[in-house]
Write a protein that binds this ligand. Sequence first.
Ligand SMILES: [Zn+2]
Ligand SMILES: [Zn+2]
Length: 131
Amino acid sequence: MTTRQTSCSCGRRTLTTQGEPVRVSICHCPACQRRTGSIFGTQARFPSGRVTICGESKVYVRTADSGNQISFHFCPNCGSTMYYQPGDDPNVIAVPVGAFADPEFPPPRVSVYESSRHRRASLPKDIEHVE
Ligand SMILES: [Zn+2]
Ligand SMILES: [Zn+2]
């Protein structure tokens, strides 16, 4: 089974995943743009039982447009988002793909919140589009 490890920016917090992600997506929503400082967020979902988290994190809870509470866990030293838990499914952990710093990571298959997509953000041709 594939094992992958992430790191925060300062390297004090790591996270290990086992197996392949169940979903890799791009989100163009304004909240993801502000959280990441990039023009979209890319995240990989794993079953929570396949994720091992190392080190303490601070938590920021944001209420999504859907009304779900999303808990963002970030490194208290450098502020990198280590993972987050979508409020609609406690058995899933979403990990920012950038934290793996792995160009060979499986590509995103779903693109959401395209209403706020930067027009210069080009996407893979075979991606599923969700408004
Ligand atoms: Zn850190
Ligand atoms: Zn988003």
